[in-house]
Design a protein around this ligand. Structure first.
Ligand code: ZN
Ligand code: MN
Length: 487
């Protein structure tokens, strides 16, 4: 039992999947490029250069906002957020202050406690910064800067402090990421830094008959779910213990900023938080204010793809899938699309049979890296003939699995592989009858046992037939034939 409640709000920074940067024509795909190779006077902040708003970034950010049930205000503008750091060449970041692009939305999460709506305070646009690298060599310590990332469109989604546990925080971050990917606004590859979380943690408890709510900690720049999970748990506990020990938190008035040490699994103090005035926000004079046309906003709303939760519900309703299976199949939009393509292609099989084959066979090979969605979604590579074969009884499920594995291994489409004799069950009764007769002839003891009431003796005879037919006999027919002959 914990003696305090945990209260968490999360600011999510996500790089949008535009072709070019937020305010210049440089490519926004900078991952892996040589340092400082994708830069221009604008994103280097050289004097006299002028920014131009990336229309696509605004469209994508609006799409995300609508997917998060936000309102899109009639007017929005950019502001300068001034601070001095070597990864920020202009000395300010173009961001949004009092008129963000999206406000007042929500996301529904599913935690152990049930479904819960998490408020979205705002979701605005800004630009990413450069990257610093710190090192040390014989001459001493040094820092290097790479400006490739400078100016990449960055969306910031700010949640309300509605998250009450580590578990809810993880449910929120994973759900938010799934929505972002579904909208096509970002691929949010965490390992490439396309998604980062700033987590505000505070604790609340009763003491001497009143509610105490000590100043919070903001944990900066977490870039994995694991870090989010551990950092929140660590910091909440640290705040609590510091309070119990009569530490500095009792006299502190404002929030602090901490970093997360992934290796030592602990937070460390970065700074006491600057107040908003320290950023000296003021309207960006080089950019026009925007008034998103209602018709454009409504067109974007109308073109929103079906979101994961709606799709899950539809999969259960329309295809009769279990909640768990529907959740797995809607994990990504691509997988969900693939499932529905295969359902359409496999007209002679039930959607459930299609779901089972994808969940058991296709996903396993995808996870092991033996194939990818792009290959599988080619019409030629449909798995429908395999699944229909099982439903029709021409292949066993073992043969179906083996056929699909062989298709991937040999790079031959499944519809070709499944035709091979080795993946076809023998259901021809005249062929099977011969094997059954032989089994009876060569196993007199098992026959006698079965006839004297030992039901299990049938398995010995069954095993003989299966071995004889190299496992290809249709098991159901073999059992029927054996019983008929022994009756
Ligand atoms: Zn540039
Ligand atoms: Mn930000």
């Amino acid at each position: 039992m914990s003696d305090y409640e945990t209260v968490v709000g999360i600011e999510t920074h996500v790089e949008l999947a535009t072709e070019t940067k937020m305010f210049c024509g440089c490519s926004a795909r900078t991952f892996g490029a040589p340092p400082n190779s994708i830069v221009c006077p604008v994103c280097l902040g050289l004097p006299g250069s002028l920014p131009v708003i990336n229309r696509r970034a605004i469209e994508l950010a609006t799409t995300v906002g609508l997917a998060l049930h936000c309102e899109v205000p009639a007017a929005t503008k950019f502001d300068r957020k001034n601070y001095f750091y070597p990864d920020l060449p202009k000395g300010y970041q173009i961001s949004q202050y009092d008129l963000p692009l999206n406000v007042k939305g929500w996301v529904e999460i599913e935690a152990k406690s049930g479904k819960k709506r998490i408020g979205i305070h705002r979701a605005h646009m800004e630009e990413d910064t450069g990257k610093l690298f710190h090192g040390e060599d014989a001459r001493g310590s040094y820092s290097l800067v790479d400006f490739n990332r400078s100016g990449v469109p960055l969306m910031e989604v700010v949640s309300e402090p509605d998250l009450a546990s580590v578990e809810e925080a993880i449910a929120y971050t994973t759900t938010l990421r799934q929505i972002l990917i579904y909208t096509g606004a970002s691929e949010m590859r965490m390992e490439q830094g396309e998604g980062r979380f700033d987590v505000n943690v505070s604790i609340r408890f009763r003491e001497d008959g009143r509610t105490v709510w000590p100043p919070q900690s903001e944990i900066k720049n977490l870039n994995s779910y694991r870090a989010v999970e551990r950092a929140i748990a660590f910091e909440a506990e640290r705040l609590w213990r510091d309070w119990q020990a009569g530490g500095e938190i009792r006299s502190r008035r404002s929030k602090i900023t901490v970093g997360w040490d992934d290796e030592r699994e602990r937070t460390y103090l970065q700074r006491t938080k600057e107040s908003e005035q320290d950023y000296r926000y003021f309207p960006e004079p080089d950019l026009p204010h925007l008034e998103p046309a209602r018709a454009v906003v409504e067109a974007i709303r109308a073109s929103l793809p079906e979101m994961p939760d709606a799709r899950r519900a539809r999969f259960m309703d329309r295809y009769g899938l279990l909640a768990y299976d529907a959740r797995l199949l809607t994990e990504s939009r691509e997988l969900a699309d693939y499932f529905e393509e295969q359902v359409r292609a496999a007209a002679k099989a039930s959607p459930k049979a299609v779901a089972n084959f994808i969940l058991n066979d296709v996903l396993r090979h995808l996870k092991e890296g033996r194939t990818d969605m792009r290959t599988l979604r080619q019409e030629e590579w449909t798995v429908a003939p395999i699944i229909e074969g099982v439903v029709a009884g021409s292949s066993s499920s073992t043969q179906a699995s083996a056929a699909f594995a062989a298709a991937l291994y040999e790079n031959v489409p499944p519809k070709e592989v499944i035709k091979r004799a080795e993946y076809q069950q023998v259901s021809d009764e005249t062929v099977l009858a011969a094997a059954v007769d032989l089994a009876i002839e060569e196993n007199p003891k098992a026959v006698a046992d079965f006839r004297s009431g030992k039901e299990r003796a049938l398995e010995a005879l069954f095993g003989f037939v299966m071995k004889r037919t190299a496992g290809k006999a249709n098991p159901q027919i073999v059992r029927e034939l054996l019983r008929k002959r022994l009756a």
